[in-house]
Ligand binder design. Structure first.
Ligand code: HEM
Length: 476
């Protein structure tokens, strides 16, 4: 069995699924998409409620679904290898996840339910919603998210027709045991250069905690070395033991799900107004908001986009401690301060503070929804199905949103909200809302105030757990 040390220590070169060694059992019993994104172009998310009088049947259904569809980390890697070597695409990919209510509806006792606190409280819990995340009132969420969700099926494939046919079959068979409360259809949005982007047009998915050897080798090759930012991470930031699992290496992971609508037209207009206010180019204004140019170039490194095929991730803010190049409020600086929080006076020693800061990292697995044309500028109906895996929701996603993105104070006073995902918890125009300062000349101290509005709206979400496969296949 893996030891606590195995989970705590970052394997120097990462886990190699082709030569898994002591990680073999883990990879066979862990669901895919956790240690590495599944990479399929299209996905469907089905939100379920088990029928109260069909518990035994529901357990049977889950067991069959797990055997037929749920993809292990090992299988995901084997299929990816086959694709690289022989061009044979993998099977339909699937994850199966439960909420606390889902465990209870299936008859599990409280002591058998995964323990994470926000997970047991649920995202609709008033304390979580109001005090931490500052989310809109639940009555304003999309109807499907307002109900008590029991389970989430994530089904994905590169072939859209094949995916939709498979989903139809799954929906048919589900009817006996569950009500489908809600459905989301997601896809990978790409720019003309073929890079993965989000609806505002910025390259996305560049900076991730890495666990798998191939990802680590590729990052090292692209960035020379990890001299300024080491993307490797230990397993304990993403995995927790699944005590319901049947093997000695049964692990699972918590998933945060948020539907985030993006008003693309208004965001771009605001970006243009920011550019005019600061008298800078439009693309630089966007970079100050996001922390990277649309092509992925980090604004702390450059005041122009460099159009690298793979944007660098080997950077930190050591040479920009006064935030004259990348403002503190920029989305990627707030969600990954790369050492900033260790520089504030109250921090004990820098290395320890950096270690603690790095433990807040999350593995993002988002996909886009809505408009498929990357040049369109929708005002509603499009955005990000934000998904992230972690071992500790309170210390990771919730911390990032509530302690970094939302507050005005971050590293310094009067920084203001993350202009992409910040949620103020105060109405627009409230005099207590801080107006952020933006550099008028890249790399120089002079700033101007500008209030960038928030163009991302939370439409609903929930906390889930991705159990081990041996738990799912032995349920009935
Ligand atoms: C990075 C966009 C929501 C956390 C990024 C990047 C973009 C982006 C363009 C830069 C690419 C990269 O470094 O991978 C968005 C948009 C969102 C959104 C448009 C909403 C519609 C969120 C949320 C969180 C989050 C809700 C978590 C609370 C992060 C993190 C990074 C990141 C951790 C990597 C930062 C780094 O390591 O430098 N996002 N994001 N994002 N985002 Fe978001």
């Amino acid at each position: 069995a893996l030891t606590e040390e195995d989970l705590k220590n970052v394997p120097e070169t990462g886990i190699d699924p082709e030569n898994p060694g002591k990680y073999q059992g883990l990879l066979e019993d862990l669901q895919g998409n956790i240690l590495k994104g599944h990479g399929r172009d299209y996905s469907v998310h089905l939100f379920l409620e088990w029928k109260a009088d069909k518990v035994t049947e529901a357990k049977n259904w889950i067991q069959t679904f797990a055997k037929c569809y749920v993809t292990s980390a090992k299988q995901q890697a084997d299929e990816a290898l086959r694709y690289r070597q022989e061009g044979i695409p993998g099977k339909v990919f699937a994850n199966f996840l439960l909420t606390r209510y889902g465990y209870e509806a299936l008859g599990f006792k409280p002591f058998q339910v995964p323990k994470d606190q926000p997970f047991t409280m649920g995202m609709k819990n008033e304390q979580i919603r109001q005090d931490f995340l500052k989310d809109p009132e639940v009555k304003d969420w999309e109807a499907g998210f307002q109900k008590d969700i029991h389970a989430l099926l994530l089904i994905a494939d590169d072939n859209l027709i094949n995916l939709l046919q498979t989903v139809n079959q799954i929906c048919q068979s589900l009817r006996q045991v569950a009500v489908i409360l809600h459905r989301e259809d997601g896809f990978i949005l790409r720019n003309k250069a073929g890079q993965v982007i989000e609806h505002f047009g910025f390259v996305d998915g560049v900076s991730q905690p890495l666990f798998i050897k191939r990802d680590i080798v590729r990052a090292r090759t692209n960035d020379g070395n990890f001299s300024q930012w080491d993307p490797r991470a230990s397993l304990d930031i993403i995995l927790v033991k699944d005590y319901n699992g049947k093997t000695e290496d049964s692990y699972g992971s918590y998933l945060v799900y948020r539907k985030l609508e993006q008003n693309v037209k208004a965001f771009h207009e605001d970006q243009q107004k920011l550019a005019e206010t600061l008298n800078i180019k439009n693309d630089l204004a966007g970079a100050l908001v996001m922390g990277r140019f649309a092509d992925g170039t980090p604004v702390t490194k450059s005041d122009i986009p460099t159009y690298a095929v793979t944007p660098t991730n080997n950077f930190n803010y050591d040479e920009d401690t006064a935030a004259t190049k990348c403002p503190f409020q920029a989305h990627i600086r707030k969600t990954n301060p790369r050492g900033d929080t260790g520089r504030v006076e109250s921090a004990p020693d820098f290395d320890e503070a950096l270690r603690i800061e790095r433990d807040h990292r999350i593995a993002r697995r988002a996909v886009s929804y809505g408009e498929h044309d990357p040049t369109a500028k929708p005002t509603e109906g499009s955005g990000l199905l934000f998904l992230c895996f972690q071992a500790d929701i309170e210390n990771q996603f919730n911390f990032m949103q509530s302690r970094w993105a939302n507050p005005d104070r971050f590293v310094d006073v009067g920084v203001g909200l993350d202009p992409v995902i910040g949620q103020p918890g105060k109405p627009k125009g409230d005099p207590k809302n801080v107006v952020s300062k933006w550099p008028t000349k890249w790399g120089e101290c002079e700033t101007k105030e500008y209030h960038f509005e928030l163009w991302v709206k939370m439409k609903g979400g929930e906390y889930f757990f991705a159990p081990s496969i041996s738990f799912l296949t032995s349920l009935a």
